[in-house]
Design a protein around this ligand. Structure first.
Ligand SMILES: [Zn+2]
Ligand SMILES: [Zn+2]
Length: 721
């Protein structure tokens, strides 16, 4: 009897059985089209024992319609999908959706059509048409991509298309890829780099699972070292995946890669055009793409013969996905390495405590690069006590920092001021009635963005024009901006040094790889004197003439007080400090703080990484915090607060009593409202000896709640709001 079980992309449906027609061959992993009601939908043929269910009479089964002409998903990837779904409380369908994330790729091999303005103008102009014609100069894409780029409706674009404003361009479904050459440009490595790269080359040759923690101070040349392992994988004709924490970092990375290997790797991130997604998906699935660099979503792609995974800046919390499937890409990368039986390299200058713990446990092998490359020295770090070195009224920069900036400008060297706050001011307050302008959808303040003259909510994206009078009491000219964001710091810099050329670097100004590339070009050409930026400038960049770094407020990160606050502050400041003095000229870092004696600040000044980590790990051990025990968060949300509260109470009341397993809450979440939904939360703490997922599953599967209530489980959470 020829029947198969098919996993569909619909999370509400379990896997369904289908009949395989004569003369059709559908081995496990095949991507197939099946009938579902009146529709035809994609799915993947799966081992029935993975999803046991009742046998349906063979005669009642509907037939598979088609097996797609793409390679079947390999067994290691099928096991990874099952593991991810089970570990992170997600449906296998929602994990599978990340694998099949380019619907067009496996749908057909017809060319795609893209459109491009051809210069003709419509007889009748409307404001929307004018906006589209203006914004789409030199842009090419599908109708929906053009509509998104021009910020007008699809109907407007279709209208212009009918009038003949666009040229139609056929895009071939297969990529024409230049192959990276392992020996294109051999670089001179230091002795330390040679020693470490030899280990990694051997690991690639051995073809077995082994995680490595590549721990090298900022500027030590970690990239050059792992490039040697990439070269070895290329010689062996195996694929490499390099994960980066931010799309903005892809462009500088592509350039470095191109210089070393003579061709670009294949990119994968959310900003890609559909036609590129289609080509790249196919190329990595059939093995013609050798190296893929991408954001965390690249982890679940169907590589043909993966030989090596690299997670760069592995400590970054942006590897943790906070909605949908709440997975941590660093941890899933290690699991993928295990299933594929290949080495995984986690590279960082400030490794996560979890990763260091794995080294101590003997699970990961430690590879160290203790010195900067080419004789460059580590920057000196000095704390500026804001209670002594007091900024002038209405100013946020201490006199000593201003002097240092002035000196650096005089020397013709570049400076960087770091503040992890986008916009002009985090809070707008009414002087008359004390009202703070809040987001109507979230428990959050509206942040003023002076560049765009708007107030914006950083949680839901709600924007309003800056009001002229207080929305509460109606008083005019009573609203004041409180506290600084990067725009305000940049204003202060311009006031102090009118001749200095400044740049603001945040996700508002660097929203695409191209913008990041432009910024790099300007910095390298010396066209910028002072950069003011958020965490976006803390990693990856290498500017030889950048010698001064000022941390505007080192105390911000410690305010939240969650379990990783100290670690995160240390990492962030060490990373931004690491941008200074990376070449011949030495770097200096000034850290503004009200708590110069805090352990984090002291460790940074004394360059005592090991001491800081040792103390932090001891504190975690004493508090039974991760990695010594585990947390999970259960988040209940609904537009109806009563329903959400009722469900949270039900979950709390039925909490199982198991040794080593404790439940806290329910309580309103710190972010009590998000995107119009009321949120309540329970926190679960469990010892390592207890099977956290099993207990959670037993507990939650028995309960029922109203349809409009969402209950999400966040295993190993990073965000506690
Ligand atoms: Zn008011
Ligand atoms: Zn909001």
């Amino acid at each position: 009897m020829n029947r198969v079980r098919v996993l569909l992309l619909n999370a509400a449906l379990g896997p369904l059985d289908y009949r395989v027609p004569e003369a059709m061959d559908a081995p496990f992993g095949s991507i197939v089209m099946v009938p579902l009601g009146p529709r035809k939908v994609p799915g993947v043929v799966w081992e029935p024992e993975s999803f046991p269910s009742e046998e349906i009479d063979f005669k009642k089964l509907r037939p598979l319609l088609e097996v797609r002409e793409v390679p079947p998903l390999r067994a290691p990837l099928r096991r990874l999908i099952e593991w991810t779904a089970s570990y992170y409380f997600a449906s296998p369908a929602s994990v599978l959706r990340m694998v099949l994330s380019s619907g067009a790729a496996f749908a057909d091999t017809r060319p795609m059509i893209e459109y491009r303005l051809n210069g003709t103008l419509p007889d009748r102009m409307t404001p929307q048409r004018e906006q589209a014609l203006d914004k789409l100069i030199d842009v090419q894409g599908t109708i929906s991509e053009l509509s998104f780029k021009a910020d007008v409706s699809v109907a407007v674009i279709r209208g212009l298309e009918k009038l003949g404003m666009f040229d139609r361009i056929e895009i071939a479904p297969f990529a024409d890829l230049a192959l990276p050459a392992p020996d294109h440009d051999i670089v001179d490595l230091s002795d330390d780099q040679k020693r470490v790269s030899a280990t990694l080359i051997k690991a690639v040759q051995d073809r077995k699972f082994q995680p490595y923690l590549l721990d090298g101070v900022t500027g030590s040349g970690k990239t050059e070292v792992y490039f040697e392992a990439v070269a070895e994988a290329l010689r062996q004709d195996r694929q490499v995946l390099v994960l980066l924490p931010e799309i903005a970092l892809t462009e500088p990375f592509l350039n470095r890669f191109h210089a070393r290997f003579g061709a670009e790797p294949v990119a994968w991130h959310s900003g890609m055009k559909q036609s590129d997604r289609k080509k790249n998906w196919r190329a990595l699935a059939d093995g013609s793409a050798k190296v893929v660099v991408g954001a965390r979503s690249a982890l679940f792609l169907p590589y043909a013969n993966l030989g090596l995974i690299i997670v760069d800046e592995a400590h970054e919390s942006s590897f943790k996905q906070e909605d949908g499937v709440r997975y941590h890409a660093r941890d899933v990368a290690v699991m993928r390495g295990l299933h594929e039986q290949i080495p995984v390299v986690l590279a960082s200058a400030t490794p996560a405590i979890e990763s260091r713990h794995q080294v101590e446990q003997g699970n990961y092998q430690l590879l160290e690069l203790p010195a900067r490359f080419g004789g460059a020295t580590m920057p000196t770090i000095e704390a500026l006590d804001l209670t002594q070195d007091i900024p002038a009224r209405g100013s946020w920069l201490a006199p000593s920092l201003i002097n240092a900036l002035e000196d650096n400008l005089g020397k013709g060297e570049q400076s960087l001021l770091f503040l992890n706050r986008r916009g002009f001011a985090p809070l707008t307050l009414c002087r008359t009635c004390g009202d703070r302008i809040n987001c109507p959808n979230c428990t959050a303040w509206m942040v003023e963005h002076r560049l765009t003259q708007r107030l914006a909510c950083h949680h839901c994206g709600h924007v309003i024009p800056v009001p002229e009078k207080c929305p509460e009491c109606g008083d005019e000219d009573s609203l004041v901006a409180c506290g600084p964001g990067v725009e305000r710091i940049c204003d202060e810099v311009k006031m102090l040094f009118p001749a200095a050329r400044t740049a603001i670097v945040t996700s508002d100004t660097i929203w695409s790889p191209q913008r990041a590339a432009d910024f790099v070009t300007q910095m390298e050409a010396g066209a910028i004197d002072i950069v003011v930026g958020t965490q976006l400038v803390t990693k990856g960049y290498h500017f030889p003439n950048l010698t001064l770094v000022g941390v505007v407020d080192a105390d911000i990160g410690l305010e939240g007080g969650d379990l990783r606050a100290a670690e995160r502050s240390f990492q962030q400041i060490a990373q931004v400090a690491g941008r200074a003095g990376r070449a011949a000229k030495p770097g200096h870092v000034y850290v503004q703080t009200r708590q110069p004696k805090a352990r984090v600040i002291q460790a940074l000044i004394e360059n005592d990484r090991d001491g800081f980590y040792a103390a932090e790990i001891e504190a975690r051990r004493a508090a039974q915090a991760p990695p010594f025990a585990r947390w999970a968060a259960i988040i209940i949300s609904s537009e109806d607060n009563g329903e959400a509260m009722e469900t949270a109470r039900l979950i709390g009341q039925t909490a199982p009593k198991v040794d080593g397993f404790s439940v806290f809450g329910p309580a309103p979440a710190p972010l009590a409202m998000l995107r119009g939904r009321h949120r309540h939360r329970l926190l679960v703490h469990s010892l390592r000896s207890v099977d956290l997922q099993d207990i959670l599953r037993d507990w939650l599967e028995k309960l029922e709640w109203p349809r409009a209530v969402r209950v999400g489980v966040d295993v190993d959470p990073y965000s506690f709001v």
